[in-house]
Design a protein around this ligand. Structure first.
Ligand code: CDP
Ligand code: MG
Length: 374
């Protein structure tokens, strides 16, 4: 028998309003998949070649899309799979300090280049006491006050990074805490490249698995609504969504860089896993108007997306022009420097959604940052 990976998965069936459980099998040899219905004990999907599932996406806690069904990988299905795919996978907390939030694109580029993926992200602004709680282990150190003061002085971006040895890889990417030392000892590190001194030193990385668990819980608590809040301001704004295909292709850093280089202010940023019902609701206005509506819905709920609030007067019009024509082929002919020309594939996988009508900007931003962030 071909060797295969096995997972236990859950899929929310919107028609029956039920969570259904399937075993998912993936055969690396030919990239085929097979699904088995656990409750009814029968084959649900016969072994079929499926090009859109990548082995690197197969780990517990991730969501994958199989023939338009978004499956949550809730456990390994056998010891072989757990040993092969699960052993070195770690989650760690990274956060970007206020000095380089405008360089978040560059930092993400280094993260993706190291084979780590970003599974959660949120821009937030910590109060003095939240920052003091976060750094409680350094309470008695002489630099404590300056550190807490700095970290609460502006927006930070907290992220969950995932991958083989994520914790040590991210700390190595950061380099020594003192940026001057980093420039001497680790010139390729992000602190060497973007840091200023010991306090303004780009970012933070958990230093043990226990710290990672505590720090992830601090920014992304399992009880919704109690973590640090997002930074959306809901005035003079437009909504930009970096679509799931672009996120999974590792284009997030490049797209954020393009947006910042063009002079747009990113005033809120967060990753969301949109489910089908919410995707349908968000795109409601396109229903029956745009023939791509069903495919747009499927794309938006096919994996995590990154949502931005772009702020500034006249932003809705100017940002929309910057995104370019909806069809990337047309964009590449007419407006080759636009986001869709640069990063889009086709009319559905066109890299970004942006608000169409200026008066909808606030509503679309609210949909994510008020309603879905709950
Ligand atoms: O951030 P990292 O884990 O590399 O270093 P740390 O020893 O846990 O210290 C936390 C933060 O305190 C550092 O990132 C520095 O910003 C700051 N610090 C400092 O300003 N002076 C020191 N001598 C040590 C740390
Ligand atoms: Mg530390």
């Amino acid at each position: 028998m071909d060797h295969r990976y096995a997972f236990l998965t859950e899929w929310y069936d919107p028609t029956a309003a039920l969570l259904r459980r399937y075993q998912l099998f993936y055969y690396p040899k030919d990239g085929s998949v097979e699904m088995f219905d656990v409750k009814n004990q029968r084959i649900f999907l016969r072994r079929t070649k499926y090009d859109h599932l990548h082995p690197e996406d197969l780990f517990v806690g991730n969501r994958v899309n199989v023939f338009s069904r978004q499956l949550n990988l809730i456990d390994y299905g056998d010891q072989y799979t757990a040993n092969k795919l699960g052993s070195k996978k770690e989650r760690t907390l990274a956060f970007i300090k206020p000095d380089v939030v405008t360089k978040i694109g560059d930092v993400l580029e280094s993260i993706y280049a190291s084979n780590l993926i970003v599974t959660k992200a949120k821009m937030t602004k910590l109060t003095w006491s939240q920052a003091a709680d976060f750094y409680v282990e350094h309470q008695s150190k002489p630099f404590f006050n300056n550190l807490v003061q700095f970290v609460s002085s502006g927006p930070v971006v907290a992220m969950e990074l995932m991958g083989d040895e994520a914790m040590s890889i991210w700390r190595r990417l950061l380099g020594p805490a003192d940026s001057a030392v980093a420039r001497k000892e680790a010139p390729q590190s992000v602190r060497a490249q973007f840091g200023t001194d010991g306090i303004k030193n780009v970012g933070h990385g958990s230093d043990s698995l226990a710290a990672a668990a505590r720090e992830l819980e601090f920014f992304f608590p399992s009880t919704i609504g109690i973590g640090p809040s997002n930074t959306a301001i809901y005035t003079d704004c437009t909504c930009c969504i970096i679509k799931p295909h672009a996120v999974s292709e590792g284009l997030t850093g490049k797209i954020l860089n393009s947006i910042s280089d063009a002079g747009f202010e990113i005033s809120a940023l967060q990753m969301f896993n949109v489910d089908r019902a919410n995707a349908e609701e968000f795109y409601e206005v396109y229903k029956g108007v745009v023939i791509e509506y069903p495919s747009m819905v499927t794309e938006l709920c096919s994996g995590p997306c990154m949502v931005l609030e772009i702020h500034g007067s006249n932003t809705p019009q100017s940002f929309r022009e910057f995104c370019g024509p909806a069809d990337p082929e047309i964009a590449r002919h007419l407006r080759p420097t636009t986001l869709r020309a640069l990063y889009g594939k086709d009319k559905v996988k066109n890299a970004v959604h942006c608000t169409d009508l200026p008066e909808d900007g606030v509503l679309e931003v609210q949909y994510f940052f008020k309603i879905l962030d709950g």
